[in-house]
Design a protein around this ligand. Sequence first.
Ligand SMILES: C[S@@+](CC[C@H](N)C(=O)[O-])C[C@H]1O[C@@H](n2cnc3c(N)ncnc32)[C@H](O)[C@@H]1O
Length: 209
Amino acid sequence: MSTIQSAYNSWANQYDTNQNKTRDLEGEALRTILSTIDFKRVLEIGCGTGKNTVWLADKADHITAVDFSEEMLAKAKEKVASDKVNFVQADITKDWTFLEGKYDLVTFSLVLEHIKRLNHIFKQAANALVTGGYVYIGELHPFKQYTGSKARFDTEEGRQVLECYTHNISDFTQAAKQHGFRVANINEFFDNNDRTQIPRILTILLQKV
Ligand SMILES: C[S@@+](CC[C@H](N)C(=O)[O-])C[C@H]1O[C@@H](n2cnc3c(N)ncnc32)[C@H](O)[C@@H]1O
């Protein structure tokens, strides 16, 4: 088991209840960005405890929700009682054998910071989508990462800091271009909507052309 997977298994019990501005602001960002587009079949990558699955399931007909942490998935299953959602345990750095047909939306919320090789992910996402389908990315803003901010939580044994990779904005847009996406929208979300501070969340909406 990777260190990231076992860290999320340990974090699962407190993930929803810890104070976590990044988790909360990304939830707002996803709802803001995706309320403007139509989608029916969603592939939610790194669904975690289902923070966004509930909202996506309200709008969609079917969701495949994927995560490699069985403990995070167990929390999501408690939260999401919908037969529209199929939860799958899988590691997204491997081949995506969990696809259930094609999708019109693939979402990544706070997951790509744990993935070293973006190219593999974009290739698999492009293959999962219909032409015209969207990719939503909501990540801790790289500007925050430059200041040393990382996913972390406290345990009785002390603070656990997760293994993270910094992806610059151009790393996302270049990988997107290489795999047949156009950039539809880039947005930044700030604590208390204060645009004089470092943005906390970066969102990128891509469309498969
Ligand atoms: C910070 S949590 C975000 C969860 C949820 N999307 C949210 O916004 O609250 C990151 C999630 O990505 C999952 N994850 C990280 N690396 C993964 C991988 N290689 N394969 C599958 N899931 C992964 C973790 O298990 C964790 O549940």
